[in-house]
Design a protein around this ligand. Sequence first.
Ligand SMILES: [Zn+2]
Ligand SMILES: [Zn+2]
Length: 236
Amino acid sequence: MALLKKILDLIYPPQEYCYNCSKRIDYSELNHLCVTCLKKIDFIEEFCEKCGRELADGEEICAGCLATEPVYSLARSIAVYEGIFRDLIIKYKYTGKKELYRPFSHLMLPYFNLYFKEKGIDYIIPIPLHQNREKKRGFNQVGLMAGELTQLTGIPLLAGLVRVKDSPPLYNLSTEERLRVITGCFNIVANANLRDKTILLVDDILTTGTTVNEASAVLLNQGKARAVYVLTLVSI
Ligand SMILES: [Zn+2]
Ligand SMILES: [Zn+2]
């Protein structure tokens, strides 16, 4: 068996295993994910018109957006944070499966084409990590996906935002606490000219939307951007 495995490794290089189910990949246009696993992904089709969160049939705007309308123009995410996607994102962020940025951004592309291609986007801007966290993780998971999306769309990448305050995870905080923690987290980087530009913000997970909303507010108010759109990999 050891010899057979060596021979198989020559035919299928070792990286050609599915990162989800560990089976060898015979054919997949997306590196690191097999077709069986791709078919299990719960892509979002019914969503809040504003924030892109999955909604029950018939609803158009979610309760969150009705209560406080986000300042960005439109947000979309491609899948719900559960099942395979949840497992893969955990592998991506915490177990060094850095290469997953490629299939992730390739999966984002159809959503980009559907919702943002005609919006006249000038720059793709990733939500930045605080430098302490980036140093700890060794890479910025959002920056990698945004970079690949730049390659796929031809729209320039701009590291236009900097995170000046490190914030704890927001998911177990109340709405008021989230706002308090996130306010003042972002600044526009010196010499980034965003005036009248249309921006696509990229993030990995949209939970409450507080983070992308704060970043959008900074881009619009400080940067004088014309409009901000948001594309995230998943939403909760
Ligand atoms: Zn698989
Ligand atoms: Zn909404």
